[in-house]
Design a protein around this ligand. Structure first.
Ligand code: NAD
Length: 341
């Protein structure tokens, strides 16, 4: 008897979200993935339809299914509603943001990049503890944001990084931090990680200052393997790492909690190319592969990775960001043809 297909919550998002989500779903189907899709709204599209950026029916669907594939969601700059991405990560305590960066497109600045960044996803400056301070009649004379690091959070993410490294057969974990300047918050993170490292003598461990890490990632990325860091540093450096493999179009992310996980591309809603049919769907498709592994369908994930890699490497169809002229649909069709081979 065939095992029943798990239901996953799918949030297409906005901007290029619906275009790349449709591609990822078609490709999963073509690879024989067994899933049922429960499609829900969040962000701008949810405000338009239901006047709520994170409707209860979306939250209820995630609570039931415990697995989410999400397209990007636009967050207004400055004023307006707070990030729904951050809200979902916090609501379901998706504390580990796992962002692999692996070369697929040959001929870029580097060959054979194979790095994984693990970003703490619930603390740091992104807790949103911030306010204005009024002075001399100016209500916004100053502004203050609080960086929160807890022993619990630092230990949990450090342990996750080492467990991940062990499971994935990785050799080394590097903690990137700023403990030289932020002696309390980053100092606590460093002390905790150093203690956790003692439980993993089989994995090499070192630490590096975040600014130097940013430089070394450009000069010699091969010196790193798994990197772990607090929330905002991870946000910034994972985009830098996407740059090492040809850009944001190639980078997937898994937001992992104890009982719920959400998979998405690292990129945002790309308003500059939204609706033009030119977005590269690889980031979300590789995120779907992480999701399939998470639900025990690693065989389908492997088939998809092989097909995507063949299309890109052999140049069957390349999107604009890869230097080609194929649209999102043409690229997707090429992957589907490879899956049929
Ligand atoms: P972005 O990632 O949307 O775009 C940055 C650049 O990369 C743009 O030039 C864009 O065209 C290009 N790009 C991104 N994805 C691509 C793809 N798949 N194929 C080809 N090119 C691609 O970053 P941004 O412009 O800073 O942000 C736009 C919006 O997305 C903002 O509202 C931001 O808050 C939101 N955002 C959401 C998420 C998320 O949902 N997890 C992540 C990052 C940004």
């Amino acid at each position: 008897m065939k095992p029943t297909a798990p239901t996953i919550t799918v949030i297409p998002g906005d901007g290029i979200g619906p275009e790349v989500t449709r591609s990822a779903l078609r490709i999963m189907d073509g690879a024989g993935a067994r899933i049922e899709v429960d499609e829900r709204l969040a962000g701008v599209t949810a405000i338009e339809a239901l006047n709520d950026p994170l409707p209860e029916q979306t939250l209820g669907s995630i609570r039931r299914n415990r697995v989410v594939l999400k397209g990007p969601l636009t967050t207004p700059k400055g004023s307006g509603f707070r990030s729904i991405n951050v809200a979902i990560r916090r609501e379901f305590d998706l504390y580990a943001n796992v962002r692999p960066a692996k070369t697929i497109l040959p001929g870029g600045r580097y060959e054979n990049i194979d790095l994984v960044l693990i970003r703490e996803n619930t603390e740091g400056l992104y807790v949103g503890v911030e306010h204005y301070i009024g002075m001399d009649g100016d209500p916004r004379a100053a502004a203050e944001s609080v960086m929160i690091i807890t022993r619990f959070g630092a230990e949990r993410i450090s342990r996750y990084a080492f467990e991940y490294a062990r499971r994935a057969g990785r050799r080394k974990v590097t903690l990137a931090h700023k403990a030289n300047i932020l002696k309390y918050t980053q100092g606590l993170f460093l002390d905790v990680a150093r203690e956790v490292a003692k439980d993993y003598p089989d994995i090499e461990w070192d630490d590096a200052i975040i600014d130097a890490t940013a430089m070394w990632l450009v000069l010699d990325p091969y010196r790193f393997d798994v990197l772990v860091m607090e929330n905002m540093f991870g946000d910034i450096l994972s985009d830098e790492m996407a740059g090492l493999i040809g850009g944001l179009g190639f980078a997937p992310a898994g937001n992992i909690g104890a009982d719920t996980a959400m998979f998405e591309a690292v990129h945002g809603s790309a308003p500059d190319i939204a609706g033009k049919g030119v977005a590269n769907p690889t980031g979300l498709t590789l995120a779907a592969c992480l999701m399939l592994e998470h639900i025990g369908q690693a065989d389908a994930a492997e088939r998809i990775r092989a097909a995507v890699s063949a299309v890109i490497r052999e140049g069957d169809a390349r999107t604009l960001d890869m230097g080609g002229s194929a649209g999102t649909v043409e690229f997707t069709d090429a992957v589907l043809r490879r899956l049929e081979d």
